[in-house]
Design a binder for this molecule. Structure first.
Ligand SMILES: Nc1nc2c(ncn2[C@@H]2O[C@H](COP(=O)(O)OP(=O)(O)OP(=O)(O)O)[C@@H](O)[C@H]2O)c(=O)[nH]1
Ligand SMILES: [Mg+2]
Length: 366
């Protein structure tokens, strides 16, 4: 499992690790997970040719059996040697609720690698008071810290986005706060440090230890402060082709401005636009905090005449605010008489429910 808070770079890293394992001749099966349905991550990983199953509608720990079903389905289709699973970014307690039960019940079938927890250095700098900037509220930060507490490897990602003194200060702070974990720095974007990280997880098995205490009431309250919005929208050129990359960029910018005005702290806004004609072309745009600049991490190679837009937004705000702001942003960027028409096909806005793990093993088999 590759864990870490929303927007830390899990999917980007999973794609890198899957690429590398594939090049080594291993078959890889990927498992994505989310509280909602219609996942940007799944669309993105599939567009890169990886066998991917998604577990929507709840975290791995609460949908343990679905995790196994996903593994079985992948096994039937492509017999992977390695599964890489990305848990929901607001989820914690994975060792007690996933690793140990998996080992207890299916120990013959799986060997489980050490748990990596990814960190966005700018976000973490704010969380640990090293830098100024907007933060989540304390109950959300409880989850953030618990994720790091159970890590075997804390992987500071996006090392390309901060300078050496910032990285050094964060490394020291994380090593001091979480002495059990090994702290690494990588860039899933440039590839820096990845060899070192992957070498530690590719053929290693997670060591057994007592699990951390978790206050599930507080964990549930923290999750419930986060609003989730998943939507699909059809974009159609009113009179011919349009620039899909520019369309998603404009929508991301409009949403960003509106959410900032509504005091909603963005954890991750991600969108994909896939043309209705054309197989694997995809635009992917991400925004990981209110004062970030939306980044197109994949671009469409040509103009399109119509396409399907998937919007996944996670922010600390009432989900109904997110729904309303998406509606207004769509109206502003794609006005009725404009060059591109937008039709909202499906939208769901909700708060994650109280986490209730299927299993919780306080002690793992040794
Ligand atoms: N600068 C930089 N950006 C990165 C790096 N890795 C990922 N990103 C960007 O960070 C954003 C979030 O990346 P994802 O891989 O989608 O993050 P995630 O942890 O899977 O997010 P959720 O699934 O929403 O929790 C995207 O814009 C990525 O392109 C990196 O090493 N450097
Ligand atoms: Mg992801």
């Amino acid at each position: 499992m590759v864990g870490g808070f929303l927007g830390a770079g899990k999917t980007t890293s999973v794609a890198q690790l899957a690429d590398r394992l594939t090049k080594q001749g291993l078959r890889v099966g990927l498992i994505t997970n989310d509280q909602g349905t219609e996942l940007v991550d799944t669309a993105m990983l599939r567009s890169r040719g990886f066998a991917t199953e998604e577990i929507p509608g709840g975290c791995f720990c609460c949908r343990f059996n679905s995790l196994l079903d996903a593994a079985k389905k992948l096994t039937a289709e492509s017999r992977p040697d390695v599964f890489i699973a990305e848990p929901v970014g607001s989820c914690t307690d994975l060792v007690a609720t996933v690793t140990y039960p998996l080992r207890r019940i299916y120990g013959e079938d799986f060997s489980i690698a050490p748990l990596s927890v990814l960190v966005d250095p700018v976000r973490a700098g704010r969380v640990f008071g090293l830098e100024q900037g907007s933060r989540f509220s304390e109950k959300v930060l409880y989850i953030y810290r618990k994720q790091l507490e159970e890590a075997d490897l804390i992987v500071i990602n996006k090392s390309d986005a901060v300078d050496a003194p910032q990285l050094g200060a964060l490394r020291s702070k994380l090593a001091e706060e979480f002495p059990r974990a090994e702290v690494l720095a990588v860039s899933a974007r440039t590839g820096a440090g990845l060899d070192d990280w992957f070498a530690r997880i590719e053929f290693a098995e997670q060591s057994t230890r007592d699990t951390m205490p978790v206050d599930y009431a507080l964990y549930g309250e923290g999750e419930a402060l986060l609003g989730w919005l998943n939507a699909t929208v059809v974009l159609q050129g009113a009179s011919g082709e349009f620039d899909g990359n520019e369309a998603v960029r404009q929508l991301a910018n409009a949403l960003q401005q509106r959410l900032a005005a509504a005091n909603a702290e963005i954890a991750h806004l991600k969108m994909t636009l896939s043309p209705n004609a054309g197989l694997s072309d995809l635009a992917v745009i991400n925004l990981v905090r209110n004062d970030h600049v939306a980044e197109l991490s994949q671009m469409l190679g040509a103009e399109i005449s119509s396409g399907q837009l998937i919007v996944n937004l996670r922010a600390e705000a009432d989900p109904e605010i997110l729904r309303a702001e998406l509606g207004r942003a769509l109206e502003a960027v794609f006005p009725v008489a404009g060059a591109v028409r937008a039709e909202l096909e499906h939208v769901e806005a909700f708060k994650p429910g109280q986490p209730k793990p299927t299993h919780r093993d306080a002690v793992g088999l040794r």
